[in-house]
Design a protein around this ligand. Structure first.
Ligand code: AHR
Length: 515
């Protein structure tokens, strides 16, 4: 009986499905891969930029906005629900202008500076090391600190690590205690600079390699804290940067090498986040999934110098970058977030999951009010974006076993070389459940998908099913309509003799949990 059903499943993959008029098929190789999807792929990024920190995460204890110890309560609760594994701070470009001592001690004595990277906005340093690390503890998230190489000294960086992580009797640890924190924090991820090829100092990769070694030498492991040092890596297609750093830094203290890749069509004129044509939509998705080629090429270089896989690839900035919302400060990078962004998030995760033997972390830019944000706020209100909902629906894949699958799908041609798959998928397994995420990028057409399994007895029931869809790809959540785009129960599935048949609405992301 089992043999027959395997045969049927096999046939359905290679032709019979045409009789049933499937639009796409997914074959699940449910024997599993033994590869765990690192939770850190779902990381976030928070920079002192626009209203990410101030007004987004932090309002201060005296604010009228409901807060817990100065953290915005609505935002905090939403982030807690998201299960953020790691949060990067304080930048970005801001990191190489940041002097951490400006942000410790009594609030009223902290330095006032101008945030020169981001619109010259006044920075009062009321959110500093204590406020960030305490937030991470409260969220149960791993902090990822970016240190200042561009304009800071080795001594300043070494002192910062000692201040945060030492339990010894030392002037730095004592200063922390005097500022109200007795126990050291645990800090694992530490970035030695950011975009050293650009805003982080305009360096060559050779010069930066030497600086990494020099700064890295003095970043100590205090007590049982173990630093995971991340080198400032390439942007997009700069394969030479990765080549030189791998040549110079493998076995020289580099645990991770970063990469930045933004979904941006044209740096001069990025286009509106909410007003776009069908053509813009497919071109944007094509640009976004080009990240797969970029990841592969950087990984190939890493494999050449590091076949044992000692150094992780850390994609610590990614996401969409459009023109700022009309009427907002151009230096604050505030953009709305539509179903197009939801598609970008889902397609990127489907790609990231395939490369986790090398790719160990990804941090979307950014968590609140900046670029492809999870959350947007005004004075007192908050909305969750379509991207937030994708992160929440996909978080079942965190720390789950990756399950390989093949997807036969039509592809949409666009103005770029990379056509966009109509259907895309991730499958993983955790706690006895199989989680299947399915994307339909087609703007008009529902897609009937037949999901078959190498072992047809692998699953027999659907435990839960949700879908994120909206009538129009331009739809977004705003303060007067905060729930226009939100996940709903998904009922368009049924088990047939061939497998699981699912009808995906146009422009949608679905998440099914099977047993
Ligand atoms: O995320 C905005 C900026 O983009 C970051 O500060 C910088 O690292 C990158 O260029």
């Amino acid at each position: 009986m089992k043999k027959i059903s395997i045969l049927l499943a096999g046939l359905s993959l290679f032709g019979i499905q045409a009789l049933n008029a499937q639009d796409a098929t997914v074959r699940v190789h449910d024997a599993g891969t033994g590869v765990t999807i690192p939770a850190e792929i779902y990381g976030q990024f928070s920079e002192h930029l626009g209203r990410c920190i101030y007004g987004g995460l932090w309002v201060g204890e005296d604010s009228d906005v409901p807060n817990v110890d100065g953290y915005r309560k609505d935002v905090f609760d939403a982030l807690k629900a998201l299960k953020i594994p790691v949060l990067r701070w304080p930048g970005g470009c801001f990191a190489d202008d940041y002097h951490w001592m400006d942000g410790i001690g009594p609030q009223e004595q902290r330095a006032y500076i101008s945030n020169n990277n981001w619109g010259g906005t006044l920075e009062d340093n009321s959110f500093g090391t204590h406020e960030f690390l305490n937030l991470c503890e409260m969220l149960g998230t791993e902090p990822y600190i970016s240190g200042n190489v561009g304009s800071g000294s080795v001594e300043e960086m070494a002192d910062w690590v000692e201040y945060m992580t030492s339990d010894a009797k030392s002037s730095m640890a004592d200063l922390r205690r005097a500022n109200g924190r007795e126990e050291p924090w645990k800090v694992k991820y530490f970035g030695i600079g950011n975009e050293a090829w650009g805003c982080g100092g305009n360096m060559t990769p050779e010069y930066y390699s030497d600086l990494f070694r020099r700064y890295g030498t003095y970043l100590r492991n205090f007590g049982d804290n173990r630093l995971y040092k991340i080198a400032s890596g390439a942007s997009d297609y700069d394969y030479n940067w990765t080549e030189v750093l791998m040549q110079n830094l493998v076995r020289k203290g580099m645990s991770g090498l970063s990469l930045h890749y933004y979904t941006v069509m044209n740096w001069g004129s990025k286009g509106s986040a909410t007003k776009f044509s069908d053509r813009d939509y497919y071109n944007t998705l094509s640009k976004s999934i080009e990240i797969e080629e970029v990841l592969k090429k950087h990984i190939d270089i890493m494999d050449k110098y590091d076949p044992e896989g000692r150094v992780a690839l850390i994609l610590d900035e990614w996401g969409t970058w459009f023109d700022v919302e009309p009427g907002t400060n151009p230096g604050h990078l505030y953009q709305q977030n539509t179903m197009r962004d939801a598609m970008v998030a889902a397609l990127n995760f489907d790609i990231f999951h395939k490369y986790t033997e090398r790719l160990k972390m990804a941090n979307i830019a950014q968590v609140v009010n900046v670029l492809q944000a999870m959350i947007l706020t005004n004075e007192t209100e908050m909305v969750l974006t379509p991207t937030y909902h994708v992160f929440e629906m996909y978080n079942v894949h965190q720390d789950a076993e990756y399950v390989a699958s093949d997807c036969l799908t039509p592809r949409k041609e666009c103005d770029r070389d990379i056509p966009v798959p109509a259907v895309d998928v991730t499958v993983s397994r955790k706690d006895g459940n199989m989680n299947i995420s399915l994307v339909n990028t087609d703007l008009r057409k529902s897609m009937k998908v037949l999901v078959t399994f190498d072992n047809p007895d692998a699953v027999s029931s659907v435990v839960s099913a949700r879908v994120l869809a909206s009538g129009d790809v331009h739809d977004f959540n705003d303060f007067d309509n905060p729930d226009l785009v939100a996940p709903k129960q998904f009922k368009e599935w049924k088990f047939t003799r061939s497998g699981l048949e699912v009808t995906l609405p146009p422009c949608s992301v679905s998440a099914l949990t099977l047993k």
